[in-house]
Design a protein around this ligand. Structure first.
Ligand SMILES: Cc1cc2nc3c(=O)[nH]c(=O)nc-3n(C[C@H](O)[C@H](O)[C@H](O)COP(=O)(O)OP(=O)(O)OC[C@H]3O[C@@H](n4cnc5c(N)ncnc54)[C@H](O)[C@@H]3O)c2cc1C
Ligand code: FES
Length: 275
């Protein structure tokens, strides 16, 4: 992608609505015709003047030229977004990157933490294409399980659909890691595609399980992003740039970058550090 594209022009927009998902996550809705055309898996750069510009996946789009991002509070920029109120201004560039490819057949969706955000958006497409959908959601505890009711109501449109949850403290569903549910599922049933987003250690485990059971995989990767258009190299993984070649990668591509996936990333100074 070149830098002189319509998507790469910074636009300012007002926050129109804020949903408190839980103590650490908020969904911010804003009007932007380009973001409203985003496909599930694509991301935008959100500019907070005097603070930072950070990448965020689109978590939903609406017919009235509205889009939303779902923000976990982790550091300075995301804390600033959490303090914002209706009518405050943000800058947006994008949408950037590729998107999840919806398929037919039996699909398994696996999300952890705020990684569930782009998957809930994907699910809106999958209910039209897939014959059977299983959705496994993981969180530290019941309160931090994102979009549980949104996903339940989307799956209610489908006859063959199931939702399972895992929490590290056992407050809802399986006590333990969501990858344990994935392992049991892939051992017992055939699956045509796995979609996953969450911590890279979780994605690496899912990659190994998918390889073992010979199931194709699409995952969303995160790296430090600055330009978002393939120029600066801060998001590189092996021969790929996550912003331009991803953020969605297949099992075949992940195998090509096995020396870095789940192991190494670049820090803000460009040094390689462990993930
Ligand atoms: C393609 C993509 C999509 C993302 N989608 C979401 C989303 O939907 N919801 C969500 O809550 N978060 C998402 N993130 C992560 C989000 O960008 C970071 O949490 C955010 O940039 C942290 O900024 P901060 O100033 O609050 O925290 P900082 O104090 O800067 O950092 C806190 C943590 O976030 C990581 N981080 C910081 N800046 C970046 C950056 N520019 N790119 C990637 N990681 C960074 C740091 O390594 C650190 O571990 C996404 C990241 C990428 C790359
Ligand atoms: S963020 Fe600059 S190359 Fe990807």
């Amino acid at each position: 992608m070149g830098y002189r594209t319509e998507a790469n022009v910074m636009r300012t927009t007002q926050i129109e609505r804020i949903d408190d998902e839980h103590q650490l996550v908020k969904t911010l809705h804003f009007k932007d015709p380009l973001c409203a055309k985003a496909e599930p898996g694509q991301f935008i750069m959100v500019w907070l003047p005097g603070v930072d510009e950070i990448p965020m996946s689109i978590s939903s789009t609406h017919l009235d030229r509205m889009a939303a991002i779902t923000v976990g509070k982790v550091g300075e920029a995301t804390k600033t977004l959490h303090k914002m109120t209706k009518g405050d201004l943000i800058g947006v560039r994008g949408p950037f990157g590729n998107s999840f490819k919806p398929v037919g057949g039996k699909v398994l969706i696996v999300g952890g933490g705020t990684g569930i955000a782009p998957l809930a958006f994907l699910l809106e497409r999958l209910v039209a294409t897939a014959q059977n959908i299983k959705c496994f959601l993981g969180a530290k505890n019941r309160r931090e399980l994102l979009f549980h009711s949104r996903i339940r109501s989307l799956l209610a449109r489908k006859v063959a659909a199931e939702i399972k949850t895992s929490t590290e403290d056992g407050s809802l569903g399986h006590k333990g890691l969501v990858t344990e549910l994935v392992e049991a599922e892939l051992t017992a049933h055939s699956v045509d595609m796995v979609y996953a987003c969450g911590r890279e250690s979780m994605l690496l485990e899912i990659f190994h399980l998918a390889q073992k059971h010979k199931v194709p995989l699409q995952v969303s990767l995160e790296r430090i992003m600055r330009c978002a258009i393939g120029l600066c190299g801060s998001c590189s993984i092996g021969k790929y740039r996550v912003c331009a070649d991803g953020p969605i990668f297949t099992d075949t591509q992940l195998a090509e970058v096995a020396g870095e996936f789940g192991l190494l990333k670049r820090d803000f100074d460009g040094r390689r550090i462990s993930t």
